[in-house]
Design a protein around this ligand. Structure first.
Ligand code: UDP
Length: 464
């Protein structure tokens, strides 16, 4: 009997592609063939991945032409991408299903339209949401927050508590809700993410890149609406635990500057602050300068990822103040893109100043590295609140990045409360590794997912 064949369809963005490629690499060795849908541009950028995955005869990329390729650093631009996908891909999905026997579609859960696109084909749709369970649950409740009058925000006090979000009462403030909640309740993107997230209840199942010891109480809340959930993360650790990290090639769309590892080798243990805001976030020039002063004034060695498109206005004075240049020469190392998993695992790294994208957050958790959080948008606001008050893995400087605050919080995490944060980070790292080790919750759930896909293959053969 021919093996099951799964279509895997991520949102074309670094964090989403990264997580879904990792899932692909967990399914292939289990005898599940996969076709991975990807944009022309991303396909070109993933040359290292081609050779790695092409060693599996059951793997192929399917390139989607004509997708939006612009930036996605605002709600509006994200909506342009969602709309473009919703228009271009449904006929493509249906044709693929007609051309090949497809056991199931594992679609990025942010593309709710996939369910309608394959309706009538008999192909089950499993959603994979690449965000945290807590952010997913916040998105899921947007309509309820509107109904209960907590959205739109009344008044200007963003520290006001949210009381109608089950499992987060008591600690979630207005400023910790997904960034889209700050807009008018009729805002297009807010409506879109709310209704798309609700569609998860219609999917055959839901995959989350998280683990039960991290987000158990919130997962239980989601379970009331999505009965079949596979929590199988952290995926990057899961690959290692099953000895499936095939080669050193990464899933990066940008070229990694590996020279930073040599620089890290020369730094004392746990002394370096690693700074990265992921693949989509942007900074104004003023924010850049404030962060920069804060880093230099903290007197910690720092490794900072400054992507080519990180800073919004490059026009006027590109000149960096002398004291920053001097401080950076003495203690800093700047790269355009880093081999992040290796950086976080390096013994010299003592903390991570992060935007709390979900992949970065999980990578920090697995490496046992405490965090300084500066969330940019979307799910990151929720993640950073959980980092500080629920998981106690660092401090959240949400919405402010003036130089004195940056300096103070970096020192707080790396000096004043170092022991406390290192202890909780090590504890959570241990739980993360246990979850993906044989007998752990994520390990068992992945085995269940694999068996369920195989069973779907058998069922579909019986029907056809
Ligand atoms: N990343 C990387 N090098 C960098 C910065 C980020 O390899 O210099 C990777 C990081 O390891 C993570 C992904 O890019 O896997 C970013 O995903 P995340 O969900 O954290 O944030 P997003 O980019 O989606 O905002």
């Amino acid at each position: 009997m021919s093996p099951p064949h799964v279509l895997i369809f991520p949102l074309p963005a670094q964090g989403h592609i990264n997580a879904m490629l990792k899932l692909t690499e967990l399914l292939l060795p289990a005898g599940i063939n996969t076709t991975f849908l990807i944009s022309t541009k991303d396909h070109r950028s993933l040359s290292g991945v081609h050779s790695r995955l092409n060693s599996y005869p059951g793997f192929r990329f399917h390139v989607i032409q004509g997708l939006y390729e612009g930036p996605m650093d605002t709600a509006e631009k994200l909506s342009v991408m969602f709309d473009c996908l919703a228009e271009i891909t449904p006929p493509l999905l249906r044709n693929l299903i007609l051309d090949f026997p497809v056991t199931c579609l594992i679609a990025d859960g942010i593309m709710g339209f996939s369910i309608d696109a394959v309706e009538g084909t008999g192909v089950p749709v499993i959603f994979f949401r690449t965000i945290s369970a807590c952010a997913f649950w916040a998105y899921f409740n947007i309509q309820d927050l509107i109904n209960s009058g907590e959205l739109p925000f009344s008044g200007t006090n963003m520290d006001e508590r949210i009381v109608n979000l089950k499992g987060m009462e008591g600690f979630l403030r207005q400023r910790d809700l997904p960034s889209f909640c700050r807009s008018d309740i009729n805002n297009y993107t807010l409506r879109q993410v709310s209704s798309i997230t609700r569609r998860s209840s219609d999917a055959h199942a839901l995959i989350l890149n998280t683990f039960d010891d991290l987000e158990g109480p919130i997962i239980s809340q989601i379970q009331k609406h999505c009965s079949n959930i596979y929590t199988i993360g952290p995926l990057h650790a899961h690959l290692k635990s099953r000895s499936l990290s095939k080669s050193k090639s990464s899933n990066s769309l940008l070229e990694e500057d590996k020279t930073c590892i040599g620089w890290l080798d020369q730094q004392p243990p746990k002394s370096v602050l690693y700074v990265s805001f992921g693949s989509l976030a942007t900074l104004t020039r003023d924010q850049l300068i404030e962060f920069w002063y804060g880093l230099v004034n903290s007197k910690k060695p720092f490794l900072w990822v400054i992507r080519e498109d990180l800073v919004l206005s490059k026009d006027d004075e590109n000149k960096v103040p002398n004291e920053l240049e001097k401080g950076t020469k003495e203690r800093g190392y700047l790269v355009g893109w880093a081999p992040q998993e290796d950086v976080l695992a390096h013994p010299a790294v003592g903390a991570f100043l992060t935007h709390n994208g979900w992949n970065s957050t999980l990578e920090s958790i697995v490496a046992g590295v405490p965090m300084v959080s500066w969330s940019f948008y979307a799910d990151q606001q929720v993640n950073s609140r959980f980092v500080e008050v629920v998981w106690k893995l660092g401090l959240d400087m949400k919405d402010t990045c003036d130089r004195t605050l940056v300096e103070r919080i970096v020192k707080e995490v790396m000096d004043v409360r170092k022991e406390e944060f290192t202890k909780s980070a090590n504890r959570m790292a241990k739980l993360a590794i246990e979850s993906v080790s044989e007998g752990g919750s994520s390990y068992i759930n992945l085995d269940r997912l694999i068996e369920d896909i195989k069973e779907m293959g058998v069922q579909r053969k019986r029907i056809s």
